[in-house]
Design a protein. Structure first.
Length: 288
């Protein structure tokens, strides 16, 4: 049975206002503009009626058997079945998460997608996925590949395996707005970031401060300490070894120019977080 026939049959069984009847009351027909003064007057009630129609349609779509509905779109997102995956294209990265959930629900997916502020190198990255069963790969990205949000036709995307069953909770990196802290931050020297190509590790803080000033950047600081009491390895450097570390905020006035930079991270637009230490950190096994 065709999708339209199933929708009509299901709609007749749901005790909600009939979309066809509502459309007839306002004289609306798909693809046809109002041609009379009377028709133009009816446009005044189009917005609330459209909201009712959307609610009714979502209820109908949600009641259909899995696999019947292959696409759904609203002002924030469009979700479409394409081959072996559901592809979600984000229209509004700042929309409420409920708008995304509405679209996933309409196509039979239990997906909660949240967009979080990310540094430039992490825009489009899939930050977190919870509740995933081994039914394929979940992917985030930009379409077309390599584009930048803000360019015509550039969209954040999220892909869900077509065979997926069960709930998933995911976060996807989006561009940050002014003064927004990055919740997904790349290293400040990575491609696309403000210190791209600059060496900062193991340099004196004073030298790196001068580098930041020359680029119009500010810094916040985080002190890094060896933590022998920590039972878990929480940092691995392929050259230096494995480390047990703790991190704590520290004011700029308490950081000496002769301290060493352990790492530099993107923090927010125009600001870099320098992780610093007054002396070289020692890997596990090298402590006496």
């Amino acid at each position: 049975m065709r999708e339209i026939e199933q929708i009509e049959r299901m709609r007749s069984q749901i005790p909600l206002p009939d979309p066809g009847e509502l459309a007839a009351r306002i004289g609306w027909r798909p693809g046809e503009a109002a041609r009379s003064r009377r028709g133009r007057g009816r446009l005044l009630v189009l917005a609330p009626v459209t909201a009712i129609l959307a609610a009714v349609l979502l209820a109908v779509l949600s009641a259909l058997p899995p696999g019947v509905v292959t696409s759904y779109a609203n002002a924030a997102i469009a979700v479409t079945r394409e081959g072996d995956a559901w592809v979600a294209r984000i229209k509004d990265p700042l929309a409420e998460s409920a708008m995304y959930a509405e679209a996933f629900t309409a196509v039979g997916l239990d997906v909660e997608l949240q967009l979080v502020p990310a540094s430039p190198a992490r825009v489009g990255d899939l930050i977190l996925v919870r509740g995933v069963r081994p039914a394929g790969e979940f992917q985030g990205g930009l379409e077309p590949e390599g584009c930048r949000i803000g360019q015509a036709g550039c969209r954040l995307t999220f892909r869900v395996p077509a065979g997926f069953e069960g709930p998933v909770r995911a976060q996807l990196g989006r561009p940050a707005v002014r003064d927004e802290l990055y919740r997904a931050a790349a290293g400040a020297t990575e491609p696309g970031e403000r210190l791209e190509g600059v060496t900062v590790k193991d340099r004196r803080v004073g030298d790196v401060r001068a580098e930041l000033r020359g680029r119009g950047l500010e810094a916040v600081y985080e002190r890094v300490r060896d933590d022998p009491g920590n039972t878990e390895i929480n940092f691995i450097d392929g050259m230096k070894g494995k480390f047990q570390l703790t991190y704590e905020p520290v004011g700029a006035a308490d950081v000496g120019d002769d301290w060493l930079v352990w790492e530099a991270l993107a923090y927010r637009e125009g600001v870099v977080k320098l992780q610093v230490t007054p002396r070289p950190l020692r890997p596990v096994g090298a402590r006496g």
